[in-house]
Design a binder for this molecule. Structure first.
Ligand SMILES: Nc1ncnc2c1ncn2[C@@H]1O[C@H](COP(=O)(O)OP(=O)(O)OP(=O)(O)O)[C@@H](O)[C@H]1O
Ligand SMILES: [Mg+2]
Length: 430
């Protein structure tokens, strides 16, 4: 029995190959997102994603795994090509910001545009500012990639650097997202000397927050072109405003798109985390030597004997650790315990601190962390397994080589180190 399916694609037609898939072009000529596919090389399609193989001449594919859907004609809209031609005529360096609702083909268009420019010899960088469905860098980060070859999937672009946002949604973290996009676009232009920088975005365009996010991103990037992909007129409230300051290209979504359900998006992320944690080991971290960010922990002084007396005796056995900072008291409770408001008021008054920030050990276990260094804003991810509060040390599951100049950032999610499934816990958990 053959281990593959032979598929013939008439010249001019398309086959959508849905992942996880593996296939090969054995005869003919065809393209995916503007890339001409070499004969006899295997092409991988990630889980719950699809790529359109467009046959330029009658072609034969060997499909080893995955689903296929034959389509008459082409799925790359004419608009995409026209936008590329118009962008090509513009002054370089060129910054292109791509916006649109979820599942309209933003990433597909970014892949197409990046390939087209790369093919013409331009130095092309892509900033992936979608923290949920990340292609460049892991979920929870904003990634900067520099093209070294044409790609079928954006995730093939090598990561140069990234910034950790800490969550799979920009919700409540707009400032991190905006400053990170701005930082990475600058890096692409100044350090990498990119001639074309394309910025992919999240599908959050609705409501006051969706609009604000897009306005702020546009200001931070100061793009030469904004490409708005819309099904109907859903982007108009954003575009008609931005049009006063920026050149806008409006395009329709591709006709055939593979929609991703919420649950599928979570699964994609779990797969991505799994890849990023490949080769990880449990490592000892000395928090006395390594600065930490996005948390209060270990930035003050542990409660001394006198200060500990401010915790009611009946509650003392539930407190694992306490620390005093300039403006607050931190309390870490034993797993399973919740805070008692009366206790908080007593502690706050007794220690003369307005705020008491508390958490419990359950929330900290498996918390997602990121490592930075002097050289790179993003060295990799980690999972916090346990903390020895008194010794200011911790056990972290990571593939990052922890060094003297490492810095750790605390995330807003927990990641199960076996299934890599995520659970939101909130920002600044301690
Ligand atoms: N022109 C196209 N023809 C066929 N399939 C496409 C095309 N553009 C994108 N796709 C596929 O459709 C799916 C959704 O598209 P894509 O990921 O580009 O959308 P998106 O707007 O970036 O979604 P998200 O909001 O999740 O980031 C993907 O699997 C993609 O490969
Ligand atoms: Mg996308």
């Amino acid at each position: 029995m053959k281990e593959y399916l032979e598929v013939t694609v008439p010249g001019g037609d398309t086959v959508l190959v849905e992942g996880e898939a593996l296939f090969e072009l054995v005869k003919g000529k065809g393209e995916i997102f503007g890339v001409e596919i070499p004969l006899n090389s295997k092409i991988k399609v990630e889980l719950f994603k699809a790529v359109p193989f467009h046959a330029l001449t009658k072609s034969e594919l060997k499909v080893f795994s995955g689903k296929i859907l034959p389509i008459k004609g082409e799925t790359i809209p004419k608009d995409w090509k026209n936008v590329f031609i118009r962008c090509k005529e513009r002054r370089k360096p060129l910054k292109v910001l791509v916006i649109g609702d979820a599942d309209v083909g933003k990433t597909g268009f970014v892949t197409f545009l990046a390939n087209k420019f790369f093919n013409e010899g331009f130095r092309v960088a892509v900033v992936d500012s979608d923290v949920g469905q990340s292609d460049i860098g892991p979920p929870t980060t904003i990634g900067l990639g520099l093209m070294t070859k044409q790609v079928v999937m954006l995730s093939e672009i090598p990561l140069i650097d990234a910034l950790f946002i800490g969550s799979t949604s920009p919700s409540n973290l707009f400032h991190r997202v905006i400053s990170s996009v701005s930082y990475l676009v600058n890096k692409a232009l100044k350090e990498l000397k990119s001639e074309v920088v394309i910025i992919d975005t999240t599908g959050w365009v609705h409501g006051e927050n969706g609009r604000e996010l897009k306005f702020s991103k546009a200001l931070a990037v100061n793009p030469d072109v904004i490409v708005g992909i819309q099904r109907k007129t859903e982007l108009e409230p954003i575009l008609t405003y931005l049009e006063k300051f920026f050149h806008i290209e409006r395009i329709n979504p591709a006709e055939y798109l593979r929609y991703r359900k919420r649950e599928e998006r979570r699964k994609i992320r779990a797969e991505q985390f799994k890849k990023w944690f490949n080769g990880s080991k449990v490592k000892e971290i000395d928090f006395k030597k390594i600065p930490i960010n996005y948390c209060f922990l270990f930035t003050g002084q542990p409660l001394n004997k006198e200060e500990k007396k401010c915790i009611p005796i009946s509650f003392l056995d539930k407190v694992v650790y306490g620390e005093v900072l300039e403006d607050r008291v931190l309390l870490v409770l034993k797993g399973g315990f919740e805070v008692d408001m009366n206790v908080l008021t007593t502690v706050s008054r007794c220690l003369n601190k307005e705020k008491v920030t508390f958490t419990n050990e359950d929330k900290l276990k498996n918390l997602l962390l990121a490592f930075q260094s002097k050289r790179k804003m993003f060295e990799g991810l980690g999972i916090l397994l346990s903390i020895d509060f008194e010794g200011r040390r911790g056990k972290v599951f990571t593939s990052v080589e922890v060094r003297e100049d490492s810095i750790i950032q605390f995330g807003c999610l927990k990641i199960d180190p076996f299934s890599f499934e995520e659970k939101y816990v909130g920002k600044w958990v301690i």
